[in-house]
Design a protein around this ligand. Structure first.
Ligand code: 13P
Ligand code: SF4
Length: 308
């Protein structure tokens, strides 16, 4: 298919999605890493925290969650009366699978004085046995809000080590990690800074401590948009999934964005295509289902975070 036909095809599918959203009184939420053509039709785009808040506030009947499963699950946990759709049911997050609810129960038995902070990148079952959730945007705030001296943080060891830099509390870490974020190394940054003198390196806290050590700015994905918008620099090395660069370029046409590593692509975030959105809405399928007892317990952890 030539470029023109391809463009027409995308536009036609986007138009169909808009019609379906209206017909079903649905809202389309998209994470900042989604494909460009999905970002273009989102009613709301954001990081995990913003998306949780938005999902909690909408009066739509249906939430179409273009992201990965744990994000759609959070929306379903908070909105039992709404239908939450994950357009591609295989869009997961490997970090989520690095810990089970049983692992958390065992950790609690080992450290009975330590509350459990679960990164939102966890299953509903894990959230149900945790005390409070956090996202990359509020992890330091969540940990420092807790009265305990020791805190269990699961499952991301890199986020845990990052938080440890900003708290006197002892963080008990779990060895989970994000495979795409792990790929950026300090050597990548050294090379890129050599090639683009004066470039500012912006990184996500899921990166390794060595890479965070050489960062100029660390934040959640939406925090990065704000930072690059407000910065006077021209060149930015972006240390997170490259889907984020689409909106950065749109918002800052005079600035230049360079991905910190060619492998910084999350295959799961790229699984959702326009066709998946159309199919799931037309057939009302790939609806997130969570057992009521798990949902009620998990909701407490998310609510504890949101009330902060
Ligand atoms: P944000 O909450 O910063 O958008 O991050 C979500 C995520 O999965 C990062 O890999
Ligand atoms: Fe999971 Fe990493 Fe993909 Fe985020 S970028 S969804 S943490 S694998």
């Amino acid at each position: 298919m030539n470029n023109h036909n391809n463009f027409e095809n995308i536009k036609a599918k986007q138009k169909r999605i808009k019609e379906l959203l209206k017909e079903k009184n649905a809202i389309l939420l998209a994470h900042n890493y989604q494909r460009d053509e999905i970002q273009e039709i989102a009613d709301f785009q954001g990081d995990s925290l913003e998306l949780s808040i938005k999902a909690n506030k909408t009066d739509a009947d249906v939430i179409v969650f273009c992201g990965v499963r744990f994000m759609a699950e959070s929306a379903a946990i908070m909105n039992p009366d709404k239908t939450v759709i994950l357009p591609n049911e295989n869009a997961g997050c490997p970090m989520v699978d690095m810990i089970t609810a049983e692992d958390i129960v065992n950790l609690k038995a080992d450290y009975p004085d330590a509350p459990v902070v679960a990164y939102v990148n966890t299953s509903a079952e894990c959230k149900a046995v945790s005390d409070i959730c956090c996202t990359s945007a509020n992890a330091v705030k969540v940990v420092n809000s807790l009265p305990a001296k020791r805190i269990i943080m699961v499952p991301d060891k890199n986020l845990g080590s990052y938080v440890q830099r900003f708290t006197e509390k002892e963080i008990i870490n779990w060895p989970g990690y994000c495979p795409p974020h792990k790929r950026t190394t300090p050597e990548d940054i050294k090379k890129l800074k050599g090639k683009y003198p004066g470039a500012v390196f912006v990184v996500h806290p899921e990166s390794t401590p060595e890479t965070i050590d050489v960062a100029d700015h660390v934040s959640s994905t939406s925090g990065m948009y704000k930072f690059v918008r407000e910065s006077a620099a021209k060149y930015f090395i972006i240390g997170t999934e490259r889907g984020i660069i689409y909106k950065m370029k749109k918002e800052n046409p005079d600035k230049v964005f360079i991905s910190s590593n060619r492998g910084l692509i999350c295959p799961n975030m790229k699984k959702t295509h326009l066709d998946d959105v159309i199919n799931s809405l037309e057939n009302m399928k790939n609806i997130i289902k969570i057992s009521e007892d798990v949902r009620i317990q998990a909701r407490k952890s998310i609510e504890n975070m949101l009330t902060l």
